[in-house]
Design a protein around this ligand. Sequence first.
Ligand SMILES: *Cc1c(COP(=O)(O)O)cnc(C)c1O
Ligand code: SF4
Length: 339
Amino acid sequence: MQENIIIADKCPTTQIASWQQQLSQAIRDPAILCQQLALSDEWLPGARTGHQLFDICVPAAYLSRITPGDPHDPLLRQVLPLDDEALTPPNYVTDPLEEADHQPVKGLIHKYAGRVLLIASPNCAINCRYCFRRHFPYSENSPSRAQWQEALDYLRADTSIHEAILSGGDPLAANDRQLAWLVEQLEGISHLKRLRIHTRLPVVIPDRVDDALIGWLASTRLQKVVVLHINHANEIDQAVVDACARLKQAGVTLLNQSVLLRGINDGVTTLATLSERLFEAGILPYYLHVLDPVQGAAHFDVPDEEARKLVASLRDLLPGFLMPRLVREIPGKGSKTPL
Ligand SMILES: *Cc1c(COP(=O)(O)O)cnc(C)c1O
Ligand code: SF4
């Protein structure tokens, strides 16, 4: 954020974007979160405990989709820390994906054939309590422009790479000048065909999809895929639908990945409604991930057997093209692993 503001200041004709203002005003205090959502005091100690392990962050645009006074609201559950986060069951670790082992240069993860993941921003616009990156050493993985050159050289040198995936954190938490620069560099690498962006920002703060973003996105020669992260139909309000329509007009293919989460979307009807609602917004379901075993998130786990049964029942309800692929990420494998 700080950096975004400084860069915006250098350009006197640009105001600080609305989304940046909204992000800087996000709720980052357990007491305020509970108070704004009319939750009883019993939730506060847990929220404080979890907040110390991984900061609360909830922007108003997301908060507005949560029903006040309902401690079981499926959106609230994604952002409200519970006492359970302090549990440390065996097998739940701080780097479940062992990504530290696959970084040939800083800010770049090359695990799968033909595609490379670039950590374009260490920040997120929301802190999801189940996040597999809640212990990730972000500060070491936020390259400066000079450091980007090393990552770009890596991409230039390997002609088998056809797709650059901007990831994070959330890549769209970077400002548009930085992103436009990076995409311009990527465009110049002739063997790159596709630009993929893994982001939750258009869902969390739909105003992120503004003219500046559409500007660089619409003008690139690369084919564009945006993979959103939506876990529940209630996350898709009219503002999200409008943001998706703008992305589609800019020539973007829209996909969605979800995480299967206890108490949030672990029901057949909930998952079917999510797929239907995604399609209404022009988004195709892509992956349904089982939870990565990250410390602090064990209470969200749905056992494999139950996950398989859920997806089998879902198949009885939905057309094939609305079925997400149920997968797990296993360290060392060359792709996601179907369950
Ligand atoms: C998930 C992931 C990808 C993308 O995988 P797809 O199956 O193409 O969606 C690429 N690189 C890394 C490191 C990943 O974790
Ligand atoms: S938006 Fe994604 S990376 Fe950021 S906290 Fe949520 S799950 Fe983690």
